[in-house]
Structures are given as structure tokens and as C-alpha cells.
Design a protein around this ligand. Structure first.
Ligand code: 5GP
Length: 239
């Protein structure tokens, strides 16, 4: 079904043509990177954990009438998706202060943010993903004002659905990043939603269950990704 040459290769995923117009195959690779690719490794099975969690979360969102590019999993680390016209925005929703919010502003890690905070970055590694505001987004004509308000609405609804999903599994959704694209003019969620793009804390211990384990050498990142996968797929593991 796929040809060997990707149409696009990012830091952790590659996109392949499928031979069908409007569809792509996303292959989640075992590469893991942090700090704009300065730190990188290959971890066997990491791609499959992220693919399976992404597929589970995309399916969950679709069940809540939130449109995504997901069609179906093809194998453990590949999914079929609708081809989108991607917009270069990283839309971040924060429920608890952590990461760059704590580094950049006078707020203590762990401070609840109610209402949640939306931050939108310009997706551009060479510029280190600078933060945007509404006026800059509109000045750069990245999206229209209507699309921007829709993006925020979808991001907040996604936050409610994902927060509840993880809370039911003993996990706190601290923050996450999603990306959007146009599917025949309609804004839908693309890319992935995985342990690479969310900050998850164990509700009991407060331990990191996400890429922070890799970023800051907090332990066995593969084991943590495996645990989140098991818990997300309701395979009974709650610890
Ligand atoms: P922070 O701004 O604190 O670094 O990140 C906030 C949240 O968005 C975290 O869950 C983080 O994983 C995610 N995030 C921010 N930028 C990126 C990015 O460039 N790639 C990925 N995969 N996730 C990101």
C-alpha cells in the first residue's frame, strides 16, 4: 500500500503516500528527541506506544464530535489519516503550571490554572517556536479570525474530554499540544496526541508519565510510555 519514500519526515513521524487521494499513512518511528532535536535517541517500541495512544485519543475525540484526521490504525505503529492543509500553529492548553510557563513567568510548578490557559506558538524549529498572540496570528494571515476562535473552542473542548479520560485512569492531564489543519476548509485536529505532546502526572504519586522523563532524565521513559499505553487501552494497569 505504501511506497518507500516518505512525502514528509519529521522528528518522530514519517508520512507516506497511500495511492489514494486525500489519504496519508503516518508511521510513528522509535526516535525520541527533545530541546529542538539537540537530545535524541532511538527507543524500541516507543513509536508503537505513541501510535496506539494517539489512535485511542483520536477515537475518543471523534466520539465526542471533535473532528480529527484519524481514519484507522494499520498496524502497531502506523495509522491511516486524512490529508490536511496543516496550519503552522502549536496550540497548547494548560491546566496546571509546568514547563515553559514556570520557566518564563513568576508562577510555581503545580499551580492550578482555572480557567485553563491557551498558548499558541508558531511552529518553526529554526525560530524555536515563538509564542504568538491573536494580533500576530491575524497579521501573519495564518488563519482567519473565525478559524482562530474555532481552534480555541475545539482546544478547550478537547481539554475537557481528555482531562476526564485520564482522570478516570488515575492520571492528571497537566497540559498538551495539538495541531490543526483544514480538511476541505474545515478545521480538524491533525498530527498526534501522545506522551510526546502531553504532560501527564500520576494522580497518586505526582510522577511524570510523559516526555519530561526523557527530557530531564527522570527514569525509564519506555516503561512510562508502556504504562500510559496500558492504562489508556484499559488493560487493567492502574499503578
Ligand atoms: P511547554 O511549553 O511547557 O514546553 O510545553 C507545553 C506542552 O506542550 C507540553 O505537554 C509539551 O509536551 C507540549 N509541546 C510544546 N511544544 C511542543 C513541540 O514542539 N512538540 C511536541 N511534541 N510537544 C510540544
Amino acid at each position: 500500500m505504501t511506497q518507500d519514500t516518505p512525502v514528509y519526515s519529521g522528528k518522530a513521524k514519517s508520512l507516506y503516500p497511500t495511492g489514494r487521494a486525500g489519504e496519508l499513512l503516518v508511521r510513528f518511528r522509535d526516535d525520541i528527541t527533545a530541546f529542538d532535536g539537540v537530545k535524541k535517541d532511538v527507543l524500541t517500541r516507543k513509536g508503537s506506544y505513541n501510535a496506539q495512544v494517539s489512535a485511542r485519543l483520536f477515537t475518543l475525540l471523534e466520539e465526542h464530535q471533535i473532528r480529527t484526521h484519524f481514519i484507522r490504525l494499520i498496524d502497531e505503529c502506523s495509522m491511516l489519516v486524512r490529508e490536511l492543509e496543516m496550519v503552522p500553529l502549536e496550540v497548547i492548553v494548560r491546566n496546571i503550571a509546568a514547563g515553559s510557563m514556570v520557566r518564563n513567568y513568576p508562577i510555581e510548578e503545580g499551580t492550578p490554572l482555572d480557567p485553563p490557559v491557551i498558548v499558541i506558538d508558531y511552529k518553526d524549529d529554526a525560530r524555536h517556536d515563538p509564542m504568538l498572540n491573536d494580533d500576530i496570528i491575524l497579521a501573519l494571515k495564518i488563519v482567519t479570525a473565525e478559524e482562530l476562535s474555532l481552534i480555541k473552542e475545539i482546544a478547550l473542548k478537547t481539554n475537557i474530554v481528555l482531562s476526564r479520560f485520564f482522570a478516570e485512569r488515575g492520571i492528571t492531564l497537566v497540559d498538551f499540544k495539538i495541531e490543526f489543519g483544514r480538511d476541505n476548509g474545515t478545521m480538524v485536529i491533525g498530527d498526534e496526541i501522545s506522551m510526546d505532546s502531553m504532560r501527564l502526572w500520576d494522580a497518586g504519586s505526582g510522577a511524570s508519565l510523559d516526555k519530561d522523563v526523557y527530557r530531564f532524565d527522570k527514569g525509564d521513559v519506555l516503561e512510562v510510555y508502556r504504562q500510559v499505553t496500558e492504562r489508556s487501552l484499559d488493560r487493567g494497569e492502574k499503578t
